[in-house]
Design a protein. Sequence first.
Length: 321
Amino acid sequence: MKAAVLHTLGDAPRYEDFADPAVAQGEVLVRIKAASLKNFDKMMASGAHYERHSVLPVVCGNDGVGVLEDGTRVFCGGPRPPYGMMAERAVVPRLRCMPVPDNVSDEIAAALPNPALSSWLPLIWRAGMKPGETVLILGGTGVAGKLAIQIAKHLGAGRVVAAGRNKNTLESLLELGADATICIDMAEEELRDAFLREARTSNFDVVLDYLWGHPTEVLLDALTGHDIRTVSSRVRLIEIGDMAGASVNVRGTALRSSGVELYGSGGGGVVPVQAIFEAIPQVWSLAAQGKLRIDIEKVPLAEVGNVWRKDSHGRRIVFVP
Ligand SMILES: NC(=O)c1ccc[n+]([C@@H]2O[C@H](COP(=O)([O-])OP(=O)(O)OC[C@H]3O[C@@H](n4cnc5c(N)ncnc54)[C@H](OP(=O)(O)O)[C@@H]3O)[C@@H](O)[C@H]2O)c1
């Protein structure tokens, strides 16, 4: 079969022939129709993620949509290495397959779960967001950030502030439901003031942080010991991604004086598997009703080597074998 094959951590995968998978106990064979290219797939392949590939050569791709031998169209994840979803076929645990409704396309069904659940799950399970609360999204211009704006509003946020570095994209976020935007591409002092101004308009109750690194340090500084009301309320800051830096320097005073509570949300988190299985059909349904928008770029799998490192500017690449 044809597949996106990674030979060395740090390289881009190559489109080439790979041995067909054979089904083992508890598995199903999936004929793949669509697999999205996420930051997670890139980090696994680069060796930078804690779940880096341990078997090489390996087919890339952690999840996707395909058809089972009985004709059922499913979304599935966790293919058994060295197989992956960026291929014509893969083997996956039967228990990690869920049927895709007819009104959702292969591409949307494949692209939505990872970035949509990156906000859906922590808003419910980490932040315990209450109706009317204010949510700040750091990294609002990316695929996951744009979905986070829409999902926070859908789940009852009263005000959503989106922060990112791309001015043109920031403007378009108002159409997605953002009430205000902050351009982080400015001098540190100005950015600190911009965060403060927004916090004075309405305290940040929840921060969904896709950036980490310097922007988060400036935010923490802005919330530290100033004469704003955040000291009397909880600010649940949830680290979801680290596009701007792998670590932050947190001063003790930031935690003592701001009401900030630090959390993280990812694969190793506290969310029950059942909650994931319940959330995915809900985001598909919202997309089918036109209430959740994701920008997709369909790309033939044969192009994998050319687009692997491409900046897709807030669009999700979906490979079609
Ligand atoms: N924990 C989870 O469950 C989970 C799930 C999904 C995603 N994630 C993580 O969330 C992050 C975002 O994912 P995504 O799908 O939205 O990716 P994406 O579509 O590639 O978006 C990346 C975002 O990061 C911004 N960015 C990149 N480098 C930056 C820098 N040096 N300084 C400031 N901003 C920077 C981009 O801004 P521009 O628009 O200006 O380029 C964009 O807003 C990734 O780290 C991903 O691994 C985590």
